[in-house]
Design a protein around this ligand. Structure first.
Ligand SMILES: [Zn+2]
Length: 486
């Protein structure tokens, strides 16, 4: 197999000047200045995020060497953009380098740290993986193998690879067709992977949910022939095993047709990824175990399909959640909040340090933010700041929305004959009233964050240079970073 190497250069004021990273400078010496000579012949300016491939520099080790531009040296946090531009340009450069070599059939790629081994591993790890599922083996694209060049940055590289692989796993779970990712199959897949890491996982059946009086969750499952499941994942990494856990709740609707409030058929296939929140939770806990984080983490994942049938919940039906609150279901396509309501009630039995729920909840979030960021609703400003900083570091950002009484009134005050309605009657603000609905199922004194990822779930169309087309697995790395910094 042909081997390739990715090295970095920085942009300078003087465009005819070449400034190597320290590793690239060393390599240039190793090949007696041939790298510099070639770059000067080629331009020499390489635009930020672009790569040039040079051949025949050293016959023994690498057939091709991709030189990528990292932009200006010493880039840091851009406060207005809320992004670490240095890290982000390393991710983009690593991806560009891998792509350039992959394009010329070099499949064994080594990368230098590019000044930030963790970011380089993230960019390369995400860019070189693609969901190919059940394509004929012969037609599958051969994915490149990546590894670190040089002795420096091994620990950081490994952390970056763990994060990228976790996100790639979330991408895979989300992109798999819904008939091959039912609640049962999701439970099996996630159990296999997490059990191998020594994580305790319970797969609860419908009868358990009935005992728990999860009438809201079960009302969504009624329309489907696939049995619902409820996953309870428990990772105990804290030195004190009885330390209060951080509790993550992920929406696991493995296919959402909307129920009787049927969705339009165009692009309905994308609703195979309506379990992206569940995938993020599973992937985050996987990474926490691989990184041996000293935290206790609980993951709760209600899993069901949302389909129309003779048994399905009808608009206007009344259901009762685990905490006894009655809900009028005026729109059966607002099912995510119904399954989360019971999961949030159950989460409180663990005496959690905080609860974070994550869900592809509202199309309105995509209207508000497009695919730029995850929307966050919270009753705890400190938790939000930690999450926001995590998003700045990972480049996968979050943005806060209001959790005001205004929206609570919209889903409670105007409702006759029940405590709450699953949709607001007012126009607009659909993401905010969804959050207000969830708030009814969390005790006031519990720190809580709700993440709406309907905008960022994908499918991506190559907007982010280091995430190829398909479901994105976002914001898995931000959640991992958040856990690392808590
Ligand atoms: Zn829905």
């Amino acid at each position: 197999m042909k081997k390739g190497l990715v090295l970095g250069v920085y942009e300078t004021e003087n465009e005819s000047n070449v400034v190597f990273t320290p590793t690239a400078a060393k390599y240039n010496e190793l090949v007696n200045g041939k790298l510099l000579k070639n770059i000067l012949l080629a331009g020499p300016k390489i635009p930020k995020g672009h790569a040039r491939v040079f051949w025949g520099l050293d016959e023994t080790d690498y057939s091709g060497v991709a030189v990528v531009s990292l932009g200006k040296q010493g880039l840091g946090i851009n406060k207005l953009e809320e992004i670490h531009e240095g890290k982000e340009s390393v991710r983009a450069a690593a991806a560009a380098g891998c792509r350039a070599l992959d394009d010329v059939e070099i499949k064994d790629i080594k990368l230098e740290t590019l000044g930030d081994a963790e970011a380089a591993a993230e960019g390369a790890g995400l860019a070189t993986w693609l969901y190919q599922g059940y394509k004929n083996e012969e037609k599958k694209k051969k994915l490149p193998k990546i590894s670190l060049y040089g002795e420096e940055g091994e620990t950081e590289w490994r952390v970056g690879i763990i994060k990228a692989q976790a996100q790639n796993w979330a991408r895979e779970l989300a992109d798999t067709p819904a008939n091959l990712m039912t609640p049962t199959i999701f439970s099996q897949r996630v159990s296999e992977v997490l059990t191998n890491l020594g994580i305790d996982i319970q797969v609860r059946e419908k009868s358990w949910a009935e005992q728990k009086k999860m009438g809201s969750f079960l009302s969504v499952a009624r329309g489907s022939c696939e049995p619902p499941k409820f996953l309870e994942i428990s990772y105990k990494g804290a030195e004190n095993p009885s330390e209060s856990p951080m509790t993550f709740v992920g929406k696991g609707v493995t296919f959402d047709a909307g129920g009787i409030s049927l969705k339009p058929s165009s692009e309905m296939d994308e609703m195979r990824a309506d379990m992206s929140g569940a995938a993020c939770v599973a992937a985050t806990i996987r990474a926490a175990a691989e990184l041996k984080l000293k935290k206790n983490i609980i993951g709760l994942i209600p899993l069901t399909e949302n389909l129309p049938s003779g048994h399905a919940t009808k608009p206007g039906d009344l259901v009762r959640a685990m905490n006894g609150k009655t809900i009028i279901v005026d729109n059966t396509d607002a099912e995510g909040r119904l399954i989360l309501a019971d999961a949030l009630c159950y989460a409180q039995e663990f005496n959690p340090r905080f609860i974070l729920d994550i869900a592809t909840l509202t199309g309105a979030m995509r209207v508000a933010l497009s695919n730029s960021a995850t929307g966050v609703f919270t009753n705890d400003g400190n938790l939000y700041e930690t999450l926001r900083n995590a998003g700045t570091v990972t480049g996968d950002r979050v943005w806060r929305f209001p959790l005001w009484q205004h929206f609570t009134d919209e889903v409670t005050k105007k409702v006759k004959g029940a405590d709450i309605n699953n949709i607001a009657k007012c126009k607009g603000g659909g993401s905010c009233s969804a959050a207000a609905f969830l708030r009814e199922f969390v005790a006031k004194d519990i720190p809580w964050m709700h993440l709406d990822i309907a905008g960022v779930m994908g499918p991506a169309h190559d907007e982010l240079s280091y995430i190829p087309a398909g479901m994105t697995g976002r914001p898995t790395r931000t959640l991992i970073q958040f856990l690392q910094t808590l």
